[in-house]
Design a protein around this ligand. Structure first.
Ligand SMILES: *[C@@H]1O[C@H](CO)[C@@H](O)[C@H](O)[C@H]1NC(C)=O
Length: 364
C-alpha cells in the first residue's frame, strides 16, 4: 500500500477518536434552560443520591457522596447517612425515625427501592459491612417511621453498586456503575487509577447482576455487561436499565425464569442515572455534559469553588410499539441531578452535591 494512504488512514482514525471524545465529553453542547419556572427548592440538610415516592410523600437516603466518591482517599471524613421524608404539598422535610438499626455497620446509602412496604437501601459500608443492603419495614401514622429488619451482604467490592430492584421477596437485580472497586481508604484519584477508570469508559466493565437472598447474604451472578449500567426499574414484565456512558435507556422483557431479553433502547441527550416508574412511564435525570464531572472532581481535589453541573430530566414512554423520550426540564439550579420522582402531582429531583431537592409543580 502507498505510504500516503497509510498516513491518511491513521489521520482519519485519530480524527474519529477525537470526535468520539469531544462527543462523549459534550464539549460542544449548548445548554438551553427550560421548564424550571414552577420549581422551588426544599432544604434536605445533606445531599441524597436517590429518592422514591411513598404515600404522596418522598423518601430519600442521604450520604456523603463527596467524601465517598469525589475526593481522594476521604473515607475517614465520611459522615453517616440517614433516611428522610419530604411532603411537597407542605414543603415539609424531616428525618425519618429509625428503630433498631445495627450500629456495627456504616450507613452510606446509594440506590433505594421499595418492595411490599419494605425499604431496601444499598449502602457502601466499606470496612463496616462491605457492599450491603439495609432492609427497613415502613409505617405511617402522622410521620413515616422505619424499623430496621435485617441487612444483606453483597460482597466486599467497595463502592461498586448503584441501584437495585426486587422481582419477588427473594430475588433482585443489581447494577454496577463503577468500573473498579474502591480501595479501603475510599476513592483513589491517583494517576494509575484514573487511567484505569478512563479505560473503563471505553470498555464494558460494568455489570448487571441477578441475586438471590439467602438469609443475610446475597448470592449474585453476572447476567450482562455494560459501560455504566446505573438506574434499574420494572414496569409489568419490562425491565429498564439506564446506561450512563452510552446515554441510553435499554428495555428488556423479563422471562419467567427471570432471564432478560433485549427489546428496545432509547437514545437520550444526557447521561441517565436512576430510573423511576410512574403511571406506566419511566422518569429519569442526569448530567448534561460528562466533562463537567472532570471539572468537578478537579475543583474538589484542589479546593477550588465548585462548578454548577446542569442536568436534564425526562420521560420515557411507549409511542405505538417504540419507546421514545421527551425532555421535561433542562436546569442549572440543582447540581449533578441523579434521581427524580412524581409524588402528589409534584416532580421532585435530587442531586449529589447540594443540600436541597427541586420540587416542580406539574401542569394539570
Ligand atoms: C396533595 O397536594 C395537595 C395540593 O398541593 C394537598 O392539598 C393534599 O393534601 C396533598 N395530598 C396528600 C395526601 O398529601
Amino acid at each position: 500500500m502507498n505510504c500516503k494512504w497509510i498516513i491518511a488512514f491513521i489521520f482519519l482514525g485519530l480524527a474519529w477518536f477525537v470526535f468520539q471524545v469531544v462527543q462523549f465529553l459534550g464539549l460542544t453542547k449548548e445548554l438551553k434552560i427550560h421548564g424550571i419556572e414552577k420549581c422551588r427548592k426544599i432544604n434536605i440538610e445533606n445531599p441524597a443520591e436517590d429518592i422514591i415516592a411513598y404515600k404522596n410523600l418522598a423518601i430519600g437516603a442521604t450520604s456523603d457522596i463527596i467524601n465517598l466518591f469525589l475526593k481522594h482517599n476521604s473515607l475517614p471524613l465520611v459522615t453517616p447517612g440517614y433516611l428522610f421524608a419530604v411532603d411537597p404539598a407542605k414543603n415539609l422535610y424531616y428525618r425519618i425515625k429509625t428503630y433498631n438499626f445495627n450500629t456495627q455497620y456504616a450507613f452510606n446509602p446509594h440506590g433505594i427501592t421499595i418492595f411490599n412496604d419494605k425499604l431496601y437501601v444499598l449502602s457502601h459500608s466499606f470496612n463496616k459491612g462491605g457492599e450491603r443492603i439495609f432492609v427497613f419495614s415502613l409505617s405511617f401514622t402522622t410521620e413515616i417511621e422505619a424499623e430496621f429488619v435485617k441487612s444483606i451482604e453483597i460482597d466486599q467490592n467497595h463502592g461498586l453498586y448503584n441501584s437495585l430492584i426486587f422481582v419477588d421477596e427473594e430475588q433482585f437485580f443489581l447494577t454496577q456503575w463503577s468500573a473498579f472497586a474502591d480501595p479501603p481508604e475510599g476513592r483513589d484519584f491517583s494517576f494509575s487509577s484514573e487511567i484505569k477508570r478512563i479505560w473503563g469508559i471505553f470498555s464494558p466493565s460494568g455489570t448487571v447482576k441477578r441475586c438471590k437472598v439467602d438469609g443475610e447474604k446475597a448470592n449474585c451472578q453476572e447476567i450482562m455487561k455494560g459501560y455504566m449500567p446505573n438506574g434499574i426499574e420494572i414496569i409489568g414484565n419490562k425491565m429498564f436499565i439506564a446506561e450512563s456512558i452510552e446515554k441510553k435507556v435499554k428495555v428488556y422483557e423479563i422471562k419467567e425464569n427471570f432471564d432478560l431479553e433485549f427489546k428496545d433502547e432509547v437514545q437520550l441527550e444526557y447521561s441517565p442515572d436512576n430510573l423511576r416508574a410512574y403511571n406506566g412511564d419511566i422518569y429519569t435525570t442526569g448530567n448534561f455534559r460528562s466533562v463537567d464531572i472532570i471539572t468537578l472532581t478537579d475543583a474538589l481535589n484542589s479546593n477550588k469553588p465548585l462548578p454548577m453541573i446542569p442536568g436534564i430530566a425526562g420521560r420515557i414512554y411507549l409511542k405505538g410499539t417504540k419507546w421514545v423520550t421527551q425532555n421535561l426540564l433542562t436546569e442549572d439550579i440543582l447540581s449533578f441531578p441523579t434521581s427524580c420522582i412524581i409524588t402528589n402531582n409534584t416532580f421532585l429531583l435530587t442531586g449529589i452535591i447540594e443540600n436541597h431537592i427541586l420540587a416542580c409543580t406539574l401542569d394539570s
